[in-house]
Design a binder for this molecule. Structure first.
Ligand code: URA
Length: 229
């Protein structure tokens, strides 16, 4: 449930402030009843009209979230854990594209566009993802050589597009979507991941999006997602 002025603004009616004026003037109805300021609705179920015209939400949206640790990547609500859905409040029914572990931070995409979600997660087109990891110990030359050769995790080698190391800090790019893959990879060479941040998907970067905040992708961002394979 969202405040109706927020849903109206997302549908491009006017600014949120001006949408509040519409509500105050009694021009907005939910399921046929005039509402008052502060009332909430579910844009996926309720019929919202403004001066008799039903709202239509922009169909497809894609969002980037700077996920903090402590949030689970799921749309399920049947547990006590905080989920990424608690951070992204949009009227459309979006869901995460792929996943990040509860204790991983960084770039997570959410959408209601199934085709796009499929394209970004399907193993055949698996896009490149960049991670920054802080490990419990510095990476020795011997370990670095092992990593560069490709480490076998559960029967399949993890190959890097790039790998750079500074003592116990590593930046790596992989085309993998397997669960816990980065943590498992370092475990295989005797290192433990203390902090993990996804910094980039294809050519789309987190940049200065504050922790816990989200924004809708712009055309330029979408280009970065689609060309950066
Ligand atoms: N690899 C991991 O181990 N965890 C993540 O959250 C993402 C990639």
């Amino acid at each position: 449930m969202e405040r109706v002025q927020k849903i109206m603004a997302a549908a491009g009616i006017a600014s949120r402030r001006n949408c509040e004026h519409y509500i105050e003037q009694g021009l907005v109805k939910v399921n046929g009843k005039i509402i008052k300021l502060g009332d909430k609705a579910d844009a996926t179920k309720d019929v919202i009209t403004v001066e008799g015209t039903p709202l239509s939400l922009p169909d497809k949206i894609i969002i980037m979230l700077h996920k903090p640790t402590g949030y689970v990547t799921t749309v399920r609500e049947d547990h006590d854990m905080k989920t990424v859905m608690d951070l992204v409040k949009v009227p459309q029914k979006v869901y995460p594209i792929g996943r990040l572990d509860k204790n991983t931070e960084g770039l997570l995409l959410l959408t209601n566009d199934g085709e796009l979600a499929n394209r970004l997660t399907h193993p055949r087109y698996e896009v490149k993802k960049e991670y920054y990891a802080v490990l419990d110990k510095p990476v020795s030359q011997q370990t670095l050589d092992k990593l560069r050769k490709g480490v076998d995790v559960e029967g399949r080698k993890v190959q890097f597009t790039s790998l750079s190391v500074l003592k116990n800090q590593v930046t790596l790019s992989i085309h993998e979507g397997r669960k816990h893959i980065v943590r498992k990879l370092f475990e295989k060479v005797g290192l433990q991941v203390k902090r993990l941040v996804r910094t980039k998907i294809a050519e789309l970067e987190l940049r200065d999006l504050p922790l816990g905040q989200w924004r809708e992708l712009k055309a330029e961002d979408l280009r970065k997602l689609q060309t950066g394979r």
